[in-house]
Design a protein around this ligand. Sequence first.
Ligand code: NDP
Ligand code: 2IT
Length: 447
Amino acid sequence: MTLDPRLEPIYTKVVERNAGEAEFHQAVSEVFDSLSVVVGKRPEYLDHGVIERLCEPERQIIFRVPWVDDNGDVQVNRGFRVEFSSVLGPYKGGLRFHPSVYLGIVKFLGFEQIFKNALTGLPIGGGKGGSDFDPKGRSDGEVMRFCQSFMTELHRHIGEYTDVPAGDIGVGGREVGFLFGQYKRITNRYESGVLTGKGIGWGGSQVRTEATGYGTVYFANEMLATRGEGLDGKRVVVSGSGNVAIYAIEKAQQLGATVIACSDSSGYVVDEQGLDLARLQEIKEVRRGRISEYTQQGGQSRHVTDGSIWDVPCDVALPCATQNELDEQAALTLINNGCGIVAEGANMPATPEAIRAFGGSRVLFAPGKAANAGGVATSALEMQQNASRDSWSFEHTEDRLASIMTGIHARCAETAEEFGAPGDYVLGANVSSFLQVADAMIALGVI
Ligand code: NDP
Ligand code: 2IT
């Protein structure tokens, strides 16, 4: 990567000050790559220490999470909350429970979240948190005790005007329920706006469950529209089979696509006739099972444990599992197989080499901070409803989501055009959101 020489020393310092945090370096380097055009055209953004300040979280919290498992043994996990930027609103971003979680993952996610949240046009800053706790194979009671211990420390750092967590990998409605219950108990406040992703009956928003996946598909449809096409009749491959993947599959199917493959961390299934969503939901949402079980229920599908899901030829690829799951080799395979659109439902699923390969091809590529912003945008709509003690219908909320995604697409496309890179959604997303965040930072002074 060749960076603008004025950004190079800032990046070098970020790497030195955050040693061993490869994912964080990767996220910063991708943004800096795009910022070269900004500092070329508008060098005033190098003033005020804006870029240096953006790379340093406002606050980072690391804490012990002790809990007792079903055998009566004490387990100790590590909890994190990185409050990255509150220049546009309270820190906002999910909690990830996965054994791979360490500070570098939380910081990459928190850094991305600043720009994603700006793109939504809603008043939310950026943050992220989580734990190296692995919910797989744990009973509901163990998950509850873990969440209660996690919140026993976290509660003092969050609040509806301060920091508003939500879900991410390993954190869904069940975990948000346990977390909210413990927050309410400790603080003696029914402060609905302190967490999003709540259940519909206790302060949650319609469409929040579906929002990230739906939003990603809306975004992909907007990308197709720039070529005079739509999802109808397209063959789609979605990686993952969690919250984002399932609702990406649902919306793609509603728009007439055939979704032929999805995955989990132990392999992928291919169903050339189109995936049976009800079967998938029963396995994943009801039983928390493995994707391999899909093939055990008849039909022509197959479960594949070697190679990559990106080997499956498709028109549209939606990576919705995890970071760096789509490498250069996978990108070249997709390109050679005639794929036209890649939209990231996950955060940073494509490696820098993969993104470069797409850039040199006819594939239109959308980064997660634009394409998956529908989840956090609907979280902000949940906060609006909580603040006004209101609840909106599914139709109204989905209309709001759809128009937010159309707006993000237009904003990225227009900025890319303005900065001389038409069709480059990475540049459009990074530059457009950076300008908004940087202008606010300058307006608010050196804080
Ligand atoms: P879930 O926990 O619901 O599902 C995660 C899915 O990804 C599972 O199928 C899981 O498989 C797979 N996966 C996770 N880690 C790995 C890994 N290391 N290797 C292979 N597969 C893996 O999470 P979500 O669907 O909520 O999140 C998916 C992605 O979307 C993440 O990148 C997240 O940051 C991002 N995102 C989520 C939002 C949300 O609202 N939930 C909003 C915006 C982005 P397995 O079960 O085998 O682990
Ligand atoms: O990565 C993300 O945007 C999320 N996990 C959702 C964050 C949120 O606050 O809804």
